[in-house]
Design a protein around this ligand. Structure first.
Ligand code: USQ
Length: 515
């Protein structure tokens, strides 16, 4: 078990006690530890106050409050608050955690449903209303989920709910997740940044007030980093100690500093701003957080959402909220040549919905230490957009008898079409026991099977108009012109090859070091 040796240090039920002014020191975790060991730190267990005060040294495998699950030791009946529980990820995670025995609460103001409707679209997989979802979750999985309709920005209401539920982990999915939506016009850009950035800032103050020991698992994005044209590594948010900056013949370690960000839309900018706010809150108030730089998610399946039609999660394929693989599969079903933007050489990190949920369960099971701000790059594999088009086309034609073509269209976005990409994603695998389980081809095949069901195919037809790209980063609103239509299997995939570093030994920066 990857987290069996963790101790009360990482446990959100451990209340720090002692002679230190804990929550106003603005120091690194190692400074905090030194100071505490000098001044004497004791904890009180919120779950077992009868133990009195003691040193934070009980390991998870020794503590009866922690129990073994397939994702590591997990706090029994862990109280979890999901912000944005009605969304693609929020609902899926709620079911997974509830099935794992967590006490799940959540809020949502249905903003996603409304924003997709504004585009003239809807989830192509029909989804039940929240009342039905909750009732069915109880009937099918035997779980109770404590939901309140609420805007994240309504701090009075959220304050009351946090006080009532006292979460031990807060999962923050309550953001507008679309780059194109944020580029439509001033109104959409401002709404995105207002909701995301100010919403997150408010949440930080509320966690400080009501549940400072809770771990905040905050959804950031790989898109915060951009695609550095020098090909330098994209580290996991913070520079490792052996990364140095060299200038005029001298070298300095960059260890522990935030790595550069180069976001690619006003939406991605909102996530960068969140990063700084969360980082500072951990520093000022000893909050603890995993900031997850997540790649592009695809797919529809987890055991829990697939258990009943009324438990399914949403699937968007419109030009605002649909992500690329989900869009390609729907285009193949609709008979639209798959829309590769620009050269199609853009490289991104991807992971299946099912794998993303597993990553979350593992991170929730292993909270950071008080004051620790940590970043994980959450992705399974790197692909070029035009490679993805080939894979989708192949599965669509070979397994489902569809005739699929691919088209290159004018790229409405401002992004590098051709770029090196060297990404580090080690922590989930090395520290949290994650190993991707859902191959791309398997999930794409599942999506085809679902989208080809007659009722869903009909829904897809009804939103055909919302699929084609029309939102340009320069402010224009016009349909992208087709540059070329080609048959799958007729092009070479050339140019930059991406590198994904998943283990310490896979990318040896100085092979000569071993001797
Ligand atoms: N693309 C196409 N054709 C399409 C749609 C997209 O070629 O029909 C290209 C885009 O130009 C881009 C890539 O595919 O280069 C990915 O686009 P996307 O729309 O799937 O994903 P993106 O806008 O980057 O945003 C999505 C989620 C966002 C999350 C992000 C992770 O909507 O919430 O933050 O993925 S990442 O891309 O790693 O930043």
């Amino acid at each position: 078990m990857h987290n069996k040796d963790k101790t009360c240090w990482n446990c959100p039920a451990a209340l720090l006690k002692g002679n230190v002014e804990f929550r106003a020191c603005g120091q690194s975790v190692s400074d905090i530890r030194t100071k505490i060991s000098e001044e004497g730190l004791l904890i009180e267990c919120a779950r077992r106050p009868e133990l009195g005060m003691f040193e934070p040294s009980i390991t998870y495998d020794q503590c009866p409050e922690w129990r073994e699950t397939e994702y590591g030791y997990l706090l029994k009946d862990m109280r979890i608050m999901i912000l944005g529980i009605d969304g693609y990820l929020g609902w899926t995670l709620a079911l997974k955690l509830a099935k794992l025995g967590c006490k799940v609460s959540g809020i949502d103001n249905y903003l996603r449903r409304e924003a997709v409707a504004e585009k003239g679209s809807k989830s192509v997989v029909p989804i039940a209303d929240m009342e039905t979802r909750l009732k069915t979750a109880k009937e099918v999985h035997g779980v109770d989920i404590n939901f309140k309709e609420m805007d994240l920005l309504n701090r009075d209401e959220l304050s009351r709910f946090l006080e009532e539920t006292k979460p031990e982990a807060v999962i923050h999915y309550g953001e507008i997740p679309s780059a194109p939506y944020s580029m439509v016009d001033a109104e959409h850009a401002i709404k995105t940044q207002h909701n995301n950035t100010l919403g997150t800032l408010g949440v930080l103050f509320l966690i400080k007030e009501h549940c400072p020991e809770a771990s905040l698992i905050k959804l950031g994005t790989m898109g915060e980093y951009g695609t550095p044209l020098t090909g330098r590594p994209i580290f996991e948010g913070l520079f490792p100690a052996d990364a140095v900056i060299s200038w005029q013949g001298q070298e300095w370690s960059m260890g522990g500093e935030l790595t550069p960000r180069d976001p690619a839309s006003f939406y991605h900018v909102s996530k960068v701003q969140d990063t700084f706010n969360v980082y500072e809150a951990c520093k000022y108030w000893w909050l603890r957080s995993y900031d997850i730089m997540q790649g592009v998610i695809f797919g529809v399946h987890t055991a829990e959402v697939s258990a009943h039609e009324d438990l399914r999660t949403r699937l968007d394929v419109d030009e605002w909220f649909g992500t690329v693989i989900n869009r390609f599969v729907s285009q193949a079903v609709l008979g639209i040549p798959l829309t590769v933007y620009g050269s199609g050489e853009q490289i991104r990190g991807y992971l299946a919905l099912e794998d993303a949920m597993e990553c979350m369960a593992r991170l929730i099971a292993s909270p950071p230490e008080p004051g620790q701000y940590d970043v994980v790059n959450q992705l399974s594999q790197l692909y070029k957009v035009k490679e993805l088009a080939e894979i989708v086309a192949k599965i669509g034609s070979q397994n489902h008898g569809l005739t699929v073509q691919i088209q290159r269209v004018e790229n409405p976005r401002v992004e590098a079409d051709e770029h090196p990409f060297l990404v580090v994603s080690k922590k989930l695998r090395e520290d949290h026991g994650y190993d991707p389980k859902t191959p791309l081809e398997v999930e794409i095949d599942r999506m085809f099977s679902l989208l080809l069901e007659p009722e869903i195919r009909e829904r897809l037809e009804s939103i055909r108009e919302a699929v084609f790209p029309q939102t340009w980063w320069n402010g224009n609103h016009k349909t992208s012109m087709t540059l070329e239509v080609y048959e799958p299997g007729t092009i070479e995939i050339e140019g930059y090859q991406p590198t994904l570093v998943t283990k310490s030994e896979t990318y040896d920066t100085d092979p000569g070091d071993d001797t």
